[in-house]
Design a protein around this ligand. Structure first.
Ligand code: ADP
Ligand code: MG
Length: 252
């Protein structure tokens, strides 16, 4: 579904963050990217999503070469990422947060004043229905009118996923969804991702929480210093001594 082939990234200043990394996210799977801090995991997500331009290598989305297309173009082709709620969004309600994630809804206020009131109203109703359906699934509908900033860490992550789902994505990339979440609530995120995956959504997951990786990932890539060290099933890669030393190296 989504592939990076032999990708290298050199940041301004000349730092090589990725050197010849290749990963494949198979359709309907959850693929994990693990590795020590600074390994290049977020950079690789950036390349997959179109936010980071590689110095060399290719990216394919559903078989189509997308290397030279940006994130908006790729989002229209079904590739979504979760983003931490920005400060502006934290003051909007939970429901508004999900509704504004629908691209057609941007600028709706202005449009509704100027023109096409009926059409905008119908679009808004459809977005509201869709948002309600998503929020009900993660038990956030009861908090629809609360400012998003008042949610718990775990609820915010569920909200971020709902926002991504407004695009009807085929693929969702999530960078450290367990960060800032009470460990006792991580299971709720795992359950939601598992349910969406059952429905056919493909996931990429950068994660430090190994319980979450074990629970969710079909296939795991281990990155270290901008390269793929090894890949395989979770239990296979964790048994790998090189992987152990990559982590021990990161701790020292
Ligand atoms: P990870 O997500 O695995 O922790 P990153 O992809 O964020 O790693 O970063 C990989 C390396 O690239 C790190 O050494 C980081 O400091 C560097 N890096 C990340 N973003 C930039 C940037 N915009 N400019 C320069 N260096 C960067
Ligand atoms: Mg990162």
């Amino acid at each position: 579904m989504l592939e990076a082939d032999d990708v290298s990234v050199v940041y301004e200043g000349g730092f090589t963050a990725l050197s010849g990394a290749s990963v494949t996210l198979a359709a309907g799977s959850v693929t994990g990217l693990i590795g020590p801090n600074g390994a290049g995991k977020s950079t690789l997500f950036g390349v997959l999503a179109g936010a980071v331009r590689p110095a060399s290598g290719e990216v394919r989305l559903a078989g189509e070469m997308v290397t030279h297309h940006g994130p908006v173009w790729r989002a229209r082709r079904g590739l979504a990422r979760t983003f931490q709620l920005s400060r502006e969004l934290a003051s909007l309600s939970v429901l508004e947060n999900v509704m504004v994630a629908q691209p057609q809804m941007r600028g709706e206020r202005l449009l509704s004043v100027l023109w096409a009131r009926g059409a905008v109203r119908r679009e808004e109703d459809a977005a509201r229905d869709k948002a309600r359906g998503l929020l009900q699934r993660v038990d956030l509908w009861r908090l629809a009118d609360a400012p998003a900033g008042t949610l718990s860490g775990g609820q915010k992550k569920l909200l971020e996923i709902c926002r991504a789902l407004m695009l009807d994505p085929r693929i969702v990339l999530m960078d450290e969804p367990s960060a800032g979440v009470n460990p006792t609530r991580i299971g709720e995120i795992v359950e939601f991702v598992q349910a969406l995956r059952q429905e056919g959504t493909t996931f990429g997951l950068v994660e430090h929480n190994m319980g979450m990786v074990r629970a969710l990932c079909d296939h795991v890539y281990v990155l270290a210093e901008g390269r793929v060290l090894t890949a395989g099933r979770f239990d296979e890669v964790i048994a790998d001594t090189q992987v152990a030393s990559a982590y021990l190296g990161a701790q020292s």
